[in-house]
Design a protein around this ligand. Structure first.
Ligand SMILES: Nc1nc2c(ncn2[C@@H]2O[C@H](COP(=O)(O)OP(=O)(O)OP(=O)(O)O)[C@@H](O)[C@H]2O)c(=O)[nH]1
Ligand SMILES: [Mg+2]
Ligand SMILES: [Zn+2]
Length: 304
């Protein structure tokens, strides 16, 4: 845990009694998420370096996803919510144009997680030095056109690093994305003192290996805090109902009230203003396909 007043790290534990109290509150909070990175806590000192937490302050926001399907982690096929961090201003979604290959549907899922959390989402397109065909330009234009900050970077050439640093200055930011896109490398480029572990290029491609294994927050000067997180393999936003999904695709908002049916899911319904906007090139086909793809996964989902 971090104590801003003293700028010292204390390793804290949670008393068992405390855990039981939380378990009884069967709303969104699950046992695993009693306390997460970015939470403000109060604790009693055990000795000069360790403490015992006795309260967790209410969160202003939190970023989450559906917990991966792990045997025994859920009952009756329910998907649990995994909270990644709390109380952040920025979600920095890191993608790379290659190694691993850029996947716009995946990016859109991270964006939806940011929108549901109500945080500012910044898109980072990393590894621009490998972008020989300038593929980034297409995506950069698309996401800028719908209002997102898009920052193209390379930790090899140093391109865009200062710009990114400027955008997260004085804020608390989560760096999130799939494994190998360069989250830790970007953080090291901006703040060399962090010296986070990153993987060598030569053995990076071995799938399923994550270099960063736990999320943690670091203060990097002034009021700037960064959270590095392990790369995720799959990203599914948690707790969205079918008829709400469209609200998290920001550029759909202008059309939602114009559909013939107010229960429209913008898929097959007649008189759908979203479909019409896609046909008239006012909404990009890629974003609409992402939407349908996500809508389809929500259908099988049990929301509780
Ligand atoms: N060419 C190129 N390689 C990069 C760039 N940024 C990072 N890399 C390489 O990409 C690999 C993965 O970088 P990491 O920083 O470990 O990626 P990560 O996103 O933190 O990965 P996880 O911790 O597993 O989630 C490393 O071999 C880096 O050297 C870049 O801008 N250009
Ligand atoms: Mg990492
Ligand atoms: Zn519609």
């Amino acid at each position: 845990m971090f104590s801003p007043a003293k700028e010292k790290t204390f390793r804290c534990n949670l008393p068992g009694k405390f855990k039981k109290q939380f378990e009884l509150k069967k709303d969104k909070q699950r046992v695993l998420d009693i306390v997460t990175v970015g939470d403000y806590v109060e604790f009693n000192l055990n000795d000069v370096n360790t403490g015992t937490i006795f309260s967790v302050k209410p969160r202003t926001n939190y970023i989450s996803r559906k917990a991966p399907r792990i045997k025994g982690a859920s009952t009756r096929g329910e998907r649990l919510e995994q909270i990644i961090c709390a109380n952040v201003e920025n979600l920095v979604v890191v993608a790379s144009i290659t190694l691993p290959k850029f996947n716009n549907r995946q990016l859109d899922r991270f964006i939806v997680c940011g929108e549901t959390a109500g945080v500012n989402t910044i898109i980072v397109m990393n590894k621009s030095d490998l972008d020989k065909n300038r593929e980034i330009l297409y995506w950069e234009k698309l996401y800028k056109s719908i209002g997102y900050e898009v920052i193209t970077t390379s930790t090899v050439s140093g391109y865009g690093i200062d710009k990114l640093k400027m955008h997260i200055f004085g804020k608390k930011s989560l760096f999130w994305g799939v494994s190998g896109v360069g989250k830790s490398s970007l953080l090291n480029s901006m703040y060399p003192e962090l010296d986070f572990k990153t993987k060598e290029i030569s053995n990076w491609s071995s799938k399923g290996k994550h270099t960063t294994v736990t999320s943690f927050m670091e203060k990097v000067g002034g009021n700037t805090f960064i959270i590095d997180s392990p790369g995720v393999r799959e990203i599914e936003p948690f707790g969205i109902r079918k008829h709400d999904l469209s609200h998290y695709f920001v550029e759909f908002k202008d059309y939602l009230n114009e559909c013939k049916f107010n229960t429209c899911t913008h898929y097959h319904e007649p008189g759908c203003a979203v479909v019409e906007a896609v046909e008239n090139d006012l909404i990009s086909v890629e974003r609409y396909e992402s939407y349908l793809n996500l809508l389809d996964t929500i259908e099988d989902d049990i929301i509780f």
